[in-house]
Design a protein around this ligand. Structure first.
Ligand code: KE4
Length: 425
């Protein structure tokens, strides 16, 4: 594959945009090489600036679950744009998408729209703190909830002490209120709660982790968190920015049968336009301004253009059964890749939940950040570039989940499996 034009465009971008990208993971730092510039996309295929067609396995990191430029979404956006894109005043379409989302997702009565997953998670934590009148939060190593200060925290010195900033610009004052736990380790969470009795407002978690590769919750883990939260007046916040409207209509709450107190959304809910949201039962959501004292706002929150894309997307998902089709395609891909890698004796493990999947080049079971970090990154880099050179675009990091879109055909999946065989033969 030739990337001459992408390389030239990247050099230009670097002059005026830090690192040449508007989000770091796009810069290929984890896999090396220069990022691919996309000219357009349709269905399961990306068309880059050098004229290469690529089978897409990130779907814009989740949103494009029905494939790129899905006609009903495109039509809705075009129609709405002609009538104005944002007014800074309430519009009926906000109520329409809110009613639909509330009808699809369990345990929520009200929803507030924002402009990104970060904003949704940041606002959900502020709401949890305002509602419980407690300051500390527990998050999990390897889980990503966006780039808000409270989340850019790494493990502190002791197992049950507070975290320390993992980015310059995050203050110790912020970090002291974020406790870091180990994913799938209930004892560790219980120890943190005991060591910070009465001070923890919420536990925020990706119910199926997607930012360490894909990591499913162990049997009983989420149920245990639910019980610990109930026993300690702690709110359980599900960050469903990735899993929401992807794993099921009702997301991970529906698929796994666990009730969260606050649920955060992003990605799919916006149909490819910038939309995030957070939702809960009315008793909690009514603490939000202008009804309650917890402040949260946004100039473009609920703007009609983004709502039109999101409403069209959720309507398609609510009326169809893409989740079963996607799960079957992902299982097919999983089986195909496993057979090849086993036959070629490539040390690996594959995690999969619904249409989220990741390949880890290690033989340990990948159950948390520590085991995810044991993957052989050199092997992953060769895998990534070997697949890319055969027209298969995977997530450019071993710590990301792949996201299947329903425009992928079984022929595309077979091509992907064959490309994997070519890489390791
Ligand atoms: P955004 O602010 O990027 O819309 O959402 C933040 C976020 C929150 N919660 C979860 C579980 C997420 O995965 C994300 C964002 N995901 C990354 C991919 N790992 C987006 C890609 C990027 O950062 O460019």
């Amino acid at each position: 594959m030739i990337y001459k034009r992408s390389s030239a465009l990247f050099a230009e971008a670097e002059q005026v945009i830090p690192g040449g990208v508007n989000s770091p993971v796009r810069a290929f730092k984890a896999v090396g090489g220069t990022p691919i510039f996309v000219k357009e996309a349709k269905g399961a295929y990306l068309y880059d600036e050098d004229g290469n067609q690529l089978i897409d396995y990130i779907a814009s990191w989740g949103p494009m679950i029905l494939g790129h430029a899905h006609q009903p979404v495109v039509d809705a956006v075009i129609d709405k744009a002609k009538k104005g894109t944002s007014f800074g005043m309430p519009t009926q379409i906000e109520t329409q998408i809110a009613e639909l989302a509330v009808s699809m997702v369990p345990n929520i009565d009200k929803i507030r729209f924002v402009n990104s997953g970060t904003e949704a998670c940041m606002s959900a934590v502020r709401l949890a703190r305002g509602y419980t009148k407690k300051d500390k939060i527990i998050k999990f190593a390897g889980c990503y909830h966006g780039h808000s200060d409270s989340f850019l925290i790494q493990a502190g010195s002791g197992a049950v002490t507070f975290g320390t900033p993992n980015s310059p610009g995050v203050t110790q004052g912020t970090a002291k209120d974020t406790l870091l736990a180990k994913y799938n380790d209930l004892d560790n969470v219980e120890a943190l709660i005991q060591a910070n009795k009465g001070e923890i407002a919420c536990i925020i978690i990706e119910p199926v982790a997607g930012n360490m590769g894909c990591i499913p919750p162990k049997q009983g883990f989420l149920e245990g968190l639910r019980s610990l939260c109930d026993a300690n007046n702690i709110l359980l916040v599900f960050d469903e920015v990735m899993t929401g409207f992807r794993l099921a209509k009702g997301g991970a709450q529906e698929l796994l049968g666990i009730k969260a107190d606050i649920v955060c959304f992003g990605k799919v809910i916006g149909g490819g336009l910038p939309v995030g949201a957070f939702a809960a039962r009315a008793e909690i959501m009514n603490h939000l301004a202008p009804l309650g004292p917890v402040y949260q706002a946004g100039t473009l929150s609920g703007n009609p253009l983004a709502m039109a894309a999101g409403l069209a997307m959720l309507t398609e998902l609510n009326n169809g059964n893409v989740f079963e089709s996607l799960a079957k395609k992902t299982e097919y891909l999983h089986k195909g890749l496993s057979e090849i890698l086993e036959r070629l004796q490539v040390t690996h493990t594959i995690n999969r939940v619904g249409s989220m999947i990741s390949v880890h080049f290690c033989d340990d079971e990948v159950v948390d950040f520590e085991t995810a970090a044991k993957g052989n990154n050199d092997t992953f880099k060769s895998f990534f570039h070997g697949m890319l050179n055969q027209g298969i675009y995977l997530a450019p990091s071993a710590f990301e989940s792949w996201f299947l879109n329903d425009a992928l055909t079984y022929e595309d999946l077979d091509k992907t499996i064959a490309a994997c065989e070519a890489v390791f033969s």
